[in-house]
Design a protein around this ligand. Sequence first.
Ligand code: FE2
Length: 395
Amino acid sequence: MKIAVASGFRPSAGDLTEFLLLRAFHLAVRFLKADCFLVSGVFCGSAEDARFPETVEKSRALRKIAVPFYCVNDPASMFRVPDASSTELEVDGEKMTVAELLERIRVRVGPFPVFSKPPFEFLTVELEGERVFNGKIHRVSLPEEVVGKLTDFHVHTNLAYCSENMTVPGALGMARLTGLKAVNFSEHSGQLYFVAEDYWKFQWTMNGRNRPDGCPERRRMPDYDALFRRYSGERGFTHGFELDVDRNCTVALDDRDRHPGCVNLGAVHSLDRKENLPLLKREFLDRTEALLRYGVSILAHPFRIFRWGCGMRAPEDLFVPVAALLKQYGVAAEINFHCNEPYPEFLEICLREGVKISLGSDSHNLYEVGFFQPHLHLLRELGVYEKLDSVLFHL
Ligand SMILES: [Fe+2]
């Protein structure tokens, strides 16, 4: 059984560190395969701040995570969140409380790393009977050697219909806490032209717009422009779009909304020809090339649509032609772990062909901004971690 422990958590109002703890939880559960997450500390400075467990619960429910998250209040805490110290657990066949489990781990591994300041470290250990072994320390800030060097090119805003809690200042704060160089806000262009119901039902991708039977428009572009005017005094960000494309290969961006200097991503979010694999593959290539021809800088979550929209693994015979298109148009391939598993075989081909790699968190929740631990792990496995400067997409 693998246990993750974050100790000494001590947020202060508005410092966003609760989102780093949420990141630690997702890192531990999804990528380190922890079976249980324990956190101890002072969770809030006032009774109103004691809502943190709700944030975690929402995120657990949304991602359908069964792994438990237990909070243990520091005895000195003035304000407390629901305490799990006396909650009973079964650890490798043995019953014990959360407090006893924490103590057992502490006795075996010594003092815990502290999760209250950079680089925000937590511990994982494995338990087998009396044995506590394989203790490892993980950090949620970026590794020292890349601090200040990486840009998260795929961050959503509060205008995304699928935003969980995104805000521009929140994302910029998370970028600073994490050690990013910059972020690029890239809102779904289709969501800025159509109401949520039509967008999610693919009314525009199927029926087009600006004609009698087409999808009606509900322009929110002025809201998007106003958002960045409001934060024009802030540094460390650019903005553009995650461009949608319809079944006729029309890209959802009007000329009047196409501003110079925008960093645009392109994404295939729907496919229609599901009954016929050769036609489906052709459709995917056509929509992809339409985005590249239009002039995007980055292809967002390449091939995700096959898993999401068609319930299948991406056809591997598309990897070479898509990499060739990216090379032809000078567009980067994104590594994206947001509800997505990138295909290392495809990225290997991209690297061989000299196609740049872009890092994108696809943040819909603030905990995700700059959450690049999985991306960096994959780049290590691909053997290019030592030459990130030359393989990564930069502005
Ligand atoms: Fe997307």
